[in-house]
Write a protein that binds this ligand. Structure first.
Ligand SMILES: CC(C)(COP(=O)(O)OP(=O)(O)OC[C@H]1O[C@@H](n2cnc3c(N)ncnc32)[C@H](O)[C@@H]1OP(=O)(O)O)[C@@H](O)C(=O)NCCC(=O)NCCS
Length: 210
């Protein structure tokens, strides 16, 4: 994993926790299914490319989250979204790349620095880049960052019970299904049950030892 030094970013660079990581851009890659999957902290300059990628999949993204306004799909909307993340310590946003091109996004949300030391994981891969191991590779890189760099203790993710691809991408990285959240999220006009997955730093370290 390579950490590329980044210009100090005001309050964020001075935030608590692991300063080196909070103040630096994380960039890492791994070869998965023969393609080079990368993860790097997103920047304001990514806004235009992200907007174009999301706009091409607007039908899916609007169904999954109707709160996404037309503005959200524009470069301006994405710039605001990225800026909002860069301004707080509780979120880390990343672009996922495949062979160098942006093909998705991943975020560690609700980062808690109290007795939980935890984060909520979310990700999205563009439809034409799916089923090539991209999500599996990107989640693996994010896990390494969260435990190895940020020093978190637990990562959790919630997955619609019918979302087999997402469940498999988590399971490929050692996440365990620990429960079910009834009526967890309103998707497509219905309250949908979700599986709760988690991975702890201890389990991750054990799996690496082998
Ligand atoms: C879920 C998602 C991120 C998976 O991305 P991906 O890059 O295609 O995932 P991978 O290629 O790493 O595949 C992971 C596993 O899912 C399987 N898979 C992929 N697409 C699948 C599908 N449509 N149906 C069933 N299984 C599928 C793969 O075969 C693989 O399983 P395996 O390891 O047993 O072979 C992507 O489909 C997506 O962005 N979906 C919409 C947003 C979303 O669901 N986000 C997650 C919210 S929790």
């Amino acid at each position: 994993m390579t950490r590329v030094p980044r210009r100090p970013s005001g309050e964020r660079a001075r935030a608590g926790g692991n300063r080196e990581c909070y103040g630096g851009t994380m960039a890492a890659s791994a070869v998965r299914s023969g393609i080079d999957v990368g993860l790097r902290a997103w920047e304001l300059d990514d806004a235009e490319e992200l907007a174009a990628m999301y706009a091409a999949a607007a039908a899916e993204l609007s169904t999954d989250a109707p709160w996404r306004t037309p503005e959200w799909f524009t470069a301006g909307g994405q710039r605001e979204r990225i800026r909002a993340c860069l301004d707080v310590d509780s979120v880390e946003g990343f672009v996922i790349t495949a062979a160098g091109a942006i093909v998705g996004t991943l975020s560690l949300d609700e980062i808690r620095r109290d007795i939980l030391q935890s984060a909520d994981l979310g990700y999205w891969v563009a439809p034409d880049a799916r089923r090539r191991g991209v999500a599996t590779g990107a989640i693996g890189l994010a896990v390494g960052h969260a435990f190895g760099c940020l020093g978190l203790h637990r990562i959790h993710a919630t997955v619609d019970i019918d979302n087999r691809a997402s469940s498999r991408a988590l399971e490929n990285n050692g996440f365990q299904r620990v429960g079910i959240l009834r009526g967890f999220a309103m998707v497509g006009g219905r309250w949908r049950d979700h599986h709760l997955y988690q991975l702890t730093a201890e389990d991750w370290l054990d799996s690496r030892r082998g």
